[in-house]
Design a protein around this ligand. Structure first.
Ligand SMILES: NC(=O)c1ccc[n+]([C@@H]2O[C@H](COP(=O)([O-])OP(=O)(O)OC[C@H]3O[C@@H](n4cnc5c(N)ncnc54)[C@H](O)[C@@H]3O)[C@@H](O)[C@H]2O)c1
Length: 323
């Protein structure tokens, strides 16, 4: 099978390319990636080049998208502007890539008719808004959309568009809404890698607000396995929520990182809260468990230890990415 992966040089996309080539020795992948600040070909070092083609280009560019989709049977769409803080500073690139880029891909997939057996769109649990700290509520596939940052609004718009192409044009789509990922090749502007790198340098660890915001952490490999399950067993037109069963307050994650690295808690610096900071995210992934026999395997404490070890041993990867 030939796959087109967009954004395959980013954090999750590169982990997915590795995962798929390793688990599907008959398949080949074309990776279309613009190589923005977040894209890094070092993430893909050592993969089987015989079954892999790289195209540097913008998903908003219809001619590049046309070339990249040549021969593809399945499209897995990761490419996006992905950092909430950057979307608060300026939302235009988010709207361009996340909405218009998705539209460009959808148009090309539609134009190709039966060639495209599946268009899988990677989305986030942030489209559902935020949950209160003092409830056990969780997001599921029926939760109404309530995006609250420019990032999540752009992802919500793209989700709606993907569903509209299925309804209008019968494009064979699936969507996954996943919680916060962590693991190898995570760009060091994001929470967990940033804190690891700051701690390794004995520099302050900036913590928004009171530090009690909760995220449901999933190891990136579990996310990749979830996407695989959707591609192999998922029903066209369906959405699947993927989560890690690992709700943690940010401050507890930071303390765990400091303990592992034997650094003092005095490195924690409380800073002004992120504008519109969502309080809590939590996913109910029971549909994926029931229908796809998928559930996250990696225990968060073990996964975090492994991730810290990965950063300790891959300084040559992350050092060049620091500002
Ligand atoms: N990181 C998470 O915790 C998380 C959770 C749920 C969903 N998601 C979604 O997963 C996807 C991947 O996230 P990530 O964390 O790997 O992001 P990332 O920022 O690490 O990678 C994004 C990749 O997309 C590429 N890209 C950006 N704009 C492009 C364009 N116009 N044309 C072609 N390529 C372009 C970048 O070069 C980069 O390689 C995104 O759609 C994101 O919304 C992320």
């Amino acid at each position: 099978m030939q796959l087109l992966v967009t954004g395959g040089a980013g954090f999750i996309g590169s982990n997915f390319v590795r995962y798929w080539l390793e688990h599907h020795p008959e398949d080949s992948i074309t990776n279309l990636d613009l190589l923005t600040y977040a894209g890094n070909l070092e993430n893909l070092k050592g993969i089987d080049e015989k079954r892999y083609t790289f195209i540097q280009g913008d998903i908003c560019d219809a001619s590049v998208v046309k070339q990249a989709m040549e021969g593809a049977e399945v499209v897995i769409h990761f490419a996006a502007e992905s950092h909430v803080d950057r979307s608060i500073e300026g939302s235009l690139p988010f709207l361009k890539t996340n909405v218009l880029g998705t539209q460009t891909l959808l148009d090309e997939a539609h134009r190709r008719g039966s060639q495209i057996r599946r268009f899988h769109h990677i989305s986030t649990d942030e489209v559902f808004g935020a949950l209160d700290l003092d409830t056990n509520e969780t997001f599921n596939e029926k939760t109404p959309y309530d995006p609250r940052s420019p990032y999540s609004a752009s992802k919500a718009a793209s989700d709606h568009l993907v569903r509209a192409y299925q309804h209008t044009h019968q494009l064979p789509i699936t969507i996954s809404n996943c919680s916060n990922n962590y693991g190898p090749y995570h760009y060091p502007e994001k929470f967990i890698p940033l804190m690891i790198v700051q701690a390794l340098h004995d520099k302050p660890l900036p913590l928004y607000g009171d530090g009690k915001n909760v995220r449901d952490w999933i190891h990136v490999e579990d996310h990749c396995a979830g996407i695989e399950a959707i591609l192999l067993k998922g029903q066209v037109g369906e959405t699947y929520c993927l989560g890690g069963n690992a709700e943690r307050a940010n401050i507890d994650v930071i303390k765990q990182i400091l303990r592992e690295l034997k650094k003092p808690e005095s490195l924690i610096r409380f800073v002004s809260d992120r504008k519109g900071h969502d309080r809590r995210y939590a996913i109910d992934a029971s549909k994926a468990k029931r229908e796809l026999a998928w559930e996250p395997k990696k225990n968060f404490d073990e996964g975090l230890t492994e991730t810290i070890q990965w950063f300790l041993h891959h300084e040559d990867w992350w050092k060049p990415l620091l500002p």
